[in-house]
Design a protein around this ligand. Structure first.
Ligand SMILES: [Zn+2]
Length: 314
């Protein structure tokens, strides 16, 4: 098989990261742009929001395409929900004005290459499955721990995103205490205790010290009891949530990426213990949860894998 090249693009809340990736998952040139796409969503005019999103993505992508003409396809992970039949973005939590927009088709026309867009957490799962923890497996459940908690799943070698692209919204599984209100309007959601931002907020409330998740981890390393407690709690809640997902899917391999995995050694023991406590007895000890091998690059590599997979189908 000849080596092929795709551009993998990961659109986050505050920046766009992109890299050239070959068929073996080797990353070449990479770029990062600061872009707060969610602020574009403040516009009540859907056409204007769409024009701003397209212009932002085009200006991030085009310079790399011009320098590297051997890029044959583009994959983009975007915080939104996508129709599997048409590829249109049905909605995006960050940009509420955009509904039923043909994001991939419009970008493809502008850039002159095939473009595929899919939910960002689903593509992190695809990246981990294709190039990371999932190599050689047929199924993988993947979680991303950031501002919220995203989920994605590969079943029998294929990405599963549901009838309307909203499958695996792991962050909203009802497995946490109900003291904190979730962005979705409910209480008890996993991400209100186990996302990176929830860990930082719970630590600040307990200790009276403002800190981000990375600083909480540093304090846990130094033995701070509040930092250790909130990370232990996050691990526990993750274990419960993963146990519920495994009851539905019977997937034995789970991987986790995102900012909070920097605190993996504090999360993992409570996570594994609580997971085993809540699994059905025949599965106890048989579900393995690993920290991502790809780190922050899971999304970029998954986006590239989506584009590369399409080339191989041609
Ligand atoms: Zn929720």
């Amino acid at each position: 098989m000849t080596n092929q090249f795709a551009l993998g693009v990961d659109v986050g809340g505050t920046n766009i990261r992109l890299a050239v990736v070959d068929s073996r998952g080797k990353i070449g040139e990479r770029r990062q742009y600061e872009a707060r796409l969610s602020q574009h969503g403040a516009s009540s005019d859907a056409d204007r929001s769409m024009a701003l999103v397209l212009a932002t993505l085009e200006s991030a992508i085009r310079p790399l395409l011009e320098r590297q003409p051997d890029i044959q396809g583009i994959g983009i992970g975007f915080p939104g929900f996508f129709d599997n039949q048409t590829g249109s973005m049905l909605s995006s939590p960050n940009i509420p004005g955009l509904l039923n927009v043909p994001l991939a088709e419009s970008l493809s026309q502008r850039l002159g290459r095939p473009v595929h867009v899919q939910n960002d957490a689903s593509l992190a799962a695809l990246g981990e499955f294709t190039f990371g923890v999932g190599v050689g497996l047929s199924s993988l459940l993947h979680l991303t721990l950031g501002t919220g908690i995203g989920g994605g799943v590969i079943i029998n070698g294929g990405l599963y995103t549901g009838d309307g692209g909203m499958a695996m919204e792991m962050g909203h599984l009802h497995v946490a205490p109900e003291d904190r209100l979730c962005g979705c309007g409910a209480r008890g959601c996993m991400e209100t205790w186990a996302s990176a931002s929830a860990v930082a907020e719970r630590f600040s409330i307990l200790s009276g010290i403002q800190a981000n998740a990375r600083e909480v981890n540093q304090m846990a390393n130094a033995g701070n009891e509040h930092a250790l407690a909130v990370l232990h709690d996050a691990g526990r809640i993750l274990g419960r949530g993963i146990a519920e997902a495994v009851k539905l899917l019977d997937i034995r391999q789970v991987s986790i990426s995102g900012g909070l995995t920097g605190a993996w050694k504090h999360l993992a023991p409570a996570l594994q213990q609580e997971l085993d406590k809540h699994l059905l007895p025949p599965l106890i000890g048989k579900v393995s949860v690993l920290c991502s091998k790809l780190g922050d690059d899971a999304g970029i590599l998954g986006a590239a894998a989506l584009a590369l997979g399409d080339m191989q189908n041609d």
